[in-house]
Ligand binder design. Sequence first.
Ligand SMILES: Nc1ncnc2c1ncn2[C@@H]1O[C@H](COP(=O)(O)OP(=O)(O)OP(=O)(O)O)[C@@H](O)[C@H]1O
Ligand SMILES: [Mg+2]
Length: 260
Amino acid sequence: MNNKQVRLSLLSHAGGAGKTTLAVNIGYELAQRGYSTLIIDLDCNCSLIEFCGVAPTPENIELVFNPKFNGNYPTQAIFGTDKLQIIPGSTQMSEVMNSLVGKKRREYYLQKLISTFPLVHDFVIFDCRAGLDLLSDNAIAASTHLLIPLNMGVKIMTGGQLITSILETIADLELNPAPEIMGIVPNKTGKAAYHRQFLQELPEICDALQVKLYQDIPLWQHLENSGVEARPLKQARPGDKICQNFSLLADDLERARNGQ
Ligand SMILES: Nc1ncnc2c1ncn2[C@@H]1O[C@H](COP(=O)(O)OP(=O)(O)OP(=O)(O)O)[C@@H](O)[C@H]1O
Ligand SMILES: [Mg+2]
């Protein structure tokens, strides 16, 4: 067995696509399977702590990007299990990234940090800010895998354009090995005719982009409620059928970790 650390970036073109929702629910599923999993909030909206019921704290990602960082990651266990931890986000992340702008190899800052101070976890999930910027470049450069939730409220071509931009970023950064694009997760699908049409067109679009298309996640009130209650869906409603969507994603991540 290979057992390499899998580091996953959640990327989306638009806000509200479901990155944090996926991070929390996939993270919980992996932790339930016994894997130590760390979710790192790279978004200055800091919404991860809200999904986890954690109070804002100065012990957050800003410390990691501090030039004096000593490898003591500010992790916190969540949902009553040590297997699942987070590093909370910081509202000051834009300023932190601005301080990198003049630096050489600024896109590789996070990658370098992690290689200097290795994380002990089996899985690391980067909950990114919407769009592509210096911070998402850092996340991409530090990742082994990328996953793209696609809000069905946004035209599908936007998702296609995002993948094209990600592929360009990977090429520009000359990442070797390049992170693997796990696939697209259509999210918040409903009964509207244009949603059905997008869903019908998606397989062909994903084929052309050579990325996997995951089972869509419908607009699901129980999922939204679980976020508001600061619980993963599986903890709030263990038998909920949407837990299966997260389980299938965790299966692929588990396979990636085991080198299959
Ligand atoms: N399938 C779904 N059904 C219902 N509500 C959902 C679903 N997916 C996500 N949500 C809700 O939509 C909102 C946005 O989701 P989330 O915060 O995960 O997106 P995001 O991509 O992280 O957004 P941002 O870029 O703003 O951080 C949240 O309130 C979440 O609970
Ligand atoms: Mg988010």
